[in-house]
Design a protein around this ligand. Structure first.
Ligand SMILES: *Cc1c(COP(=O)(O)O)cnc(C)c1O
Length: 430
């Protein structure tokens, strides 16, 4: 399949779209068409496993560029953890996307993207992924590429400005002679970000290291997120009534993938786009005006986005029509106090522990769900990842899941560098 850009740029192959990341015209890559599933395939969804669904959902985009056997192996290798659907209360289900290595939903897109990029790249020399991170994205990318042949990862994070848990997850691979290194930069997140821009801007360095970005707008990371929407429906089986789904949103990649799945035939009547107080998209749905602005800090910080990049893809899906988008999407937003109250109440009444992002998804679903209507909300992070927020709310300490315990167990191997292009090029050169 060919990929075009949201600004109408020249079509490219999937390989080019995934390896380039951001299109040269400044737009975002999107598939030329979204192939619908047949009614027969949809009716047999319940008999399929997660990896079978992954193969079916993504095959149209990779056909002609990746051989079927190789592609299947790559899907199986990437989706090696469960994505269960859990009933929280009657007709309300959590799709738990947090059982991957970094305990957040970004593992799904990042792990498939890493393997797709490595397999699509025909060059013998390693690709070097350079990423600046304020915390979670960097560890999802580091873990996703870890051990993937012909790739190297260099992550820059601000020294002293990530949480101890995040630093443990980021630096986990520094001690081994592997393909992933994370560097603590003497500076802020903005310095890290500036350094990656400068490094990409240095043509000689960029070519020599075969630099690429594993940015969240990469279409190779977006498409895999369609998979678990189908997997949710497969686990739910036949339900009476129109299914509603709610996606907690920041950069709106997750929701966009859901809307694309709906276009491909996912039997869901509508989506709820739930945000924290960074609510430019709910506001657009209400008033028809898109007004990006600086983000505000909240306790659901992975959703603190004031100018969501995937909004362009949402406009593309609906031909720039707000009314068309409104037929599929309802927006809502929640403040930190609502989040804390909901975490406490759902824990006390249902014995189910939500992280702040998943709590927003739960509230979004409940605010729209009619009585007797079934609904699924996406649980995007494990509560243990946000223990500083969750524990005081429920007055209990929570267990540390295996992958996190492993990261926290070893001695830290911190590699410190200055905030200079020189230091970054030395880090890339090793
Ligand atoms: C990134 C993230 C989100 C937001 O996803 P988008 O695709 O950016 O809208 C929600 N929850 C968690 C835990 C995240 O890490």
């Amino acid at each position: 399949m060919r990929f075009v850009t949201t600004r109408g740029g020249q079509p490219v192959s999937f390989r080019e779209a995934a390896l380039i990341g951001l299109a040269p015209d400044g737009g975002l890559y999107v598939p030329e068409t979204i192939e619908p599933w047949s009614a027969d395939e949809l009716s047999r969804l319940s008999n399929r496993t997660l990896t079978e669904i992954g193969y079916r959902a993504l095959r149209p985009y990779t056909r002609g560029e990746l051989d079927a056997t190789l592609f299947e192996a790559l899907v199986v290798d990437a989706l090696n953890f469960p994505i269960p659907l859990v009933e929280v209360e009657p007709r309300v289900y959590a799709l738990e996307l947090f059982h991957g290595p970094t305990l957040a939903f970004k593992d799904v897109g990042a792990r498939l993207m890493a393997r797709l990029m490595a397999s699509l790249d025909k060059d013998e020399r390693d690709l070097t992924v350079l990423a600046a991170t304020s915390g979670d994205t960097g560890s999802a990318v580091a873990h996703a590429f870890h051990g993937v042949p012909h790739t190297r990862v260099v992550v820059l994070y601000p020294d002293g400005r990530v949480s101890p848990t995040q630093e443990a997850q980021l630096t986990m691979f520094n001690a081994e002679a592997g393909n992933v290194r994370a560097y603590a930069v003497a500076g802020s997140f903005d310095d890290c970000h500036r350094l990656t821009r400068e490094t990409f801007g240095d043509d000689a360095l960029s070519r020599a290291a075969r630099l690429t970005s594993a940015n969240s707008v990469n279409v190779g990371r977006l498409l895999p997120q369609m998979v678990y929407y189908f997997h949710a429906v497969a686990q739910l089986g036949p339900v009476g009534g129109d299914l509603l789904m709610c996606t907690p949103s920041g950069n709106f990649g997750n929701l966009t993938a859901g809307l694309m799945a709906k276009r491909a035939g996912l039997p869901v009547s509508r989506f709820v786009a739930a945000t924290n107080v960074n609510d430019v998209v709910p506001e657009y749905l209400e008033r028809g005006v898109f007004a990006p602005r600086p983000s505000v800090a909240t306790i659901a910080n992975a959703m603190d986005v004031g100018h969501p990049s995937n909004f362009d893809r949402m406009l593309w899906l609906y031909g720039n029509g707000v009314d068309a988008m409104r037929r599929d999407v309802i927006g809502c937003r929640f403040a930190d106090d609502d989040v804390r109250q909901t975490i406490r109440r759902v824990y006390e009444e249902r014995g189910y522990l939500l992280d702040p992002h998943s709590a927003i998804a739960y509230m979004g679903l409940k605010s729209v769900l009619q009585s007797n209507q079934p609904g699924v909300f996406l649980a995007t992070a494990h509560p243990a990842k946000f223990r500083e927020i969750v524990e005081p709310v429920i007055h209990k300490t929570i267990e540390t899941p295996g992958p996190l315990a492993e990261a926290l167990a070893g001695p830290l191997h911190i590699l410190r560098i200055d905030a200079s292009l020189d230091a970054v090029s030395r880090a890339i050169d090793v």
